[in-house]
Design a binder for this molecule. Structure first.
Ligand code: CO
Length: 360
């Protein structure tokens, strides 16, 4: 049996900004290989593990993305400070005052995003939001040459948040970075383990995608590599269970089980597939939550739109404080998400797949 907690901690700690997912891919290769018949990467680096069904059977694609929001070195100032480009959707305010690791070809370089000390600010200036274009990383370099030669920093080097995952005060909560979407990757591994001994009448394609945070890029190519008949995307959801966020904005609560998205700005789920997941949750005694988001994008949209199109749905682990150094999930929700997706796979058969794809 996989040790879910240690897998979650390892996945969260691994650095993997969009386009630089290698450390995460290595973990996923190791974790998926016992449960699949083949394991390959596509031309962009997404990892595709297939548990074969009978020949020419349909493809059930499960996906979760390996990348996290990060930064990238834009240039080094003459004084040795690092100006950067955001990778993914950061609030500038979440970038400030944090520790980061620059992943150079030589070594890992620790840096911090400093801001002007409040002692010298006017009252007016104190109330203002700092603009991203004025932010920088301090790596303790003497000057540009020192940053380049001693630390090995080059333009284009990826930068990941530094934040070590831990249980939050002996609760069911786990604190860490990158639950978006390392939580989904843990669900993917757990599901593949749970169905490993089942003879299924279809192929299960377990895909760990790249570059989701900058526009679902890896899911685009991997969906074409797989050609899914049904797509189940495994993601971090959006919790709305803390002060300052409303139920209207996000409905998921930590500890209440997995959720499905009924709307986000990238996709509408297939309604028959929605009902299939609802019924499966009910039959399996798993509490299922719903979420309707005005924004958000996720890899399910690419599965849905590949080739002639496929029924798809996004299944999530509720998460607080996404796209920051410190997000929180509940480990029980991860367990329940594994149960739900595993049950969905065991309940599927050729007739149900045909029916899900039938619009008559
Ligand atoms: Co995500």
């Amino acid at each position: 049996m996989i040790n879910l907690e240690s897998l979650l901690l390892e996945l969260s700690n691994a650095p993997g900004p969009s386009g630089f997912e290698n450390p995460v891919r290595e973990i996923m290769k190791r974790e998926l290989s016992p449960f699949v018949d083949s394991l390959d990467t596509d031309g962009m680096g997404s990892l595709i593990g297939i548990k074969n069904g009978p020949s020419s059977s349909p493809n059930i694609m499960l996906s979760a993305h390996m990348d996290e929001v990060g930064l990238l070195v834009r240039y080094i100032t003459d004084e040795g400070f690092i100006k950067f480009q955001n990778l993914g959707g950061w609030l500038d305010q979440a970038i400030i005052g944090q520790r980061w690791q620059i992943l150079t070809s030589k070594r890992t370089v620790l840096g911090i995003t400093g801001i002007k000390t409040p002692h010298v600010m006017s009252t007016d200036e104190r109330g203002k939001v700092f603009k991203g274009e004025n932010l920088f990383l301090d790596v303790g370099a003497q000057n540009k040459e020192d940053a380049e030669n001693r630390l090995g920093i080059k333009p284009g080097d990826p930068i990941a948040p530094v934040s070590y995952a831990t249980r939050l005060n002996d609760s069911e909560f786990i604190l860490g970075k990158a639950w978006d979407d390392r939580a989904g990757l843990a669900v993917l591994v757990g599901v593949m383990e749970s169905v490993k001994d089942s003879d299924l009448p279809f192929n299960i394609c377990a895909v760990a995608t790249v570059q989701e945070e900058i526009g679902l890029r890896g899911a685009h190519t991997s969906s074409y590599a797989v050609n899914p008949d049904i797509g189940l995307n495994l993601e971090s959801g959006v919790a709305g269970d803390y002060p300052s966020i409303s139920q209207y904005e996000a409905q998921e609560k930590l500890g209440n089980g997995p959720a499905i998205f009924l709307h986000d700005s990238s996709m509408l789920p297939n309604l028959k597939l929605r009902d299939f997941v609802i019924d499966t949750a009910k039959d399996s005694d798993i509490n299922l939550q719903f979420n309707v988001l005005s924004g958000y994008g996720q890899d399910g949209a690419e599965m849905q739109k590949s080739f002639e199109g496929a029924p798809a749905i996004n299944i999530t682990v509720p998460t607080r404080y996404l796209h920051s150094h410190n997000s929180i999930i509940n480990i029980k929700d991860v367990e329940k998400a594994i149960d739900l997706v595993g049950q969905c796979i065991l309940q599927l058969n050729l007739e149900k797949i045909k029916n899900l794809k039938n619009f008559d």
